[in-house]
Ligand binder design. Structure first.
Ligand SMILES: [Zn+2]
Length: 265
């Protein structure tokens, strides 16, 4: 396929609150890849994409390197985008997807590129983001996070390549709809644990039943301790800093008022 100026993206603008939600989601598990869909506005004239909301997806297939989005999930995300469009009066639509690479490099696999190219058939400006998490440089104890923004180029499996797209993270406040997406994360993770345990047929093996019930309790506790509690701490910290900032701004306002009054006397 020939490439003209509108057949691929030039730049992606990602709002900081969506980045925070995606990263929190990516950091929620180091065992499997997690994924979600990105919502925002497309600027076809400049071939750029403005991402300002997202949908965290429930994982039904927990095989490694299996990041498939079902048509139902795509449809639900499209309905959510439509709701946001009405609410914000902006042309919001599903314009990309993200997934995590725990303990592996950030670069898209062949499966990722094939999935991405399928989305590009429907929307040439569709974009993919990958968050590489839980990897560290040798000799460092820091948890390294890498982010890549890509599209697929080439039309067959043999010559499929990634095209790196420039990405800029835009400062933003934590919008109510993105806060809700963040708050839904523990519920989605708990649903995943419960759906796996419901699928198992124990038959008459009481020991297996007991073992799996204990495992389920352990996994639910893990969600609470590694996702819910840190998230509560983070939101409390954010609340404290916002409250302190409001006080600062109020003091500045009072001082300015005093100055204006003094000048008008
Ligand atoms: Zn991948």
């Amino acid at each position: 396929m020939s490439e003209n100026h509108v057949s691929f993206l030039r730049k992606v603008f990602l709002s900081a609150d969506v980045y925070a939600v995606c990263l929190q989601h990516a950091l929620s598990t180091e065992k499997e890849e997690v994924m979600g869909l990105l919502i925002g506005e497309l600027d076809r004239e400049n071939a750029s994409s403005h991402i300002s909301a997202c949908v965290i997806l429930h994982r039904s297939d927990k095989q490694p390197d299996r990041v498939e989005i079902s048509p139902e999930q795509l449809c639900e995300a499209a309905i959510y985008a439509e709701e946001l469009k009405q609410k914000l009066n902006r042309p919001m639509r599903v314009l990309g997807w993200y997934h995590s690479h725990p303990h592996i490099t950030v670069w898209p696999s062949h499966v990722d590129l094939r999935t991405q190219s399928q989305y590009q058939i429907m929307e040439p400006l569709f974009v993919g983001l990958i968050f590489s998490v839980f990897s560290s440089d040798s000799g460092s104890t820091y948890n390294k996070v890498d982010l890549t923004c890509f599209q697929a180029r080439g039309n067959s499996d043999d010559n499929m390549h990634r095209r790196e797209i420039a990405i800029a993270i835009r400062p933003s406040c934590l919008h109510e709809y993105n806060l809700k997406a963040l708050m839904d994360l523990p519920n989605i993770l708990m649903k995943e644990v419960l759906s796996v345990s419901h699928e198992i047929n124990y038959g008459t093996d009481e020991f297996a039943k007991l073992h799996n019930s204990a495992l389920k309790a352990l996994q639910l506790t893990e969600v609470a301790s590694s996702v819910t509690l840190p998230m509560c701490d983070l939101l409390q910290m954010r609340l404290n800093s916002v409250t302190a900032r409001i006080k600062e701004v109020q003091m500045i306002r009072d001082k300015l008022k005093e100055q204006v009054e003094a000048m008008s006397r």
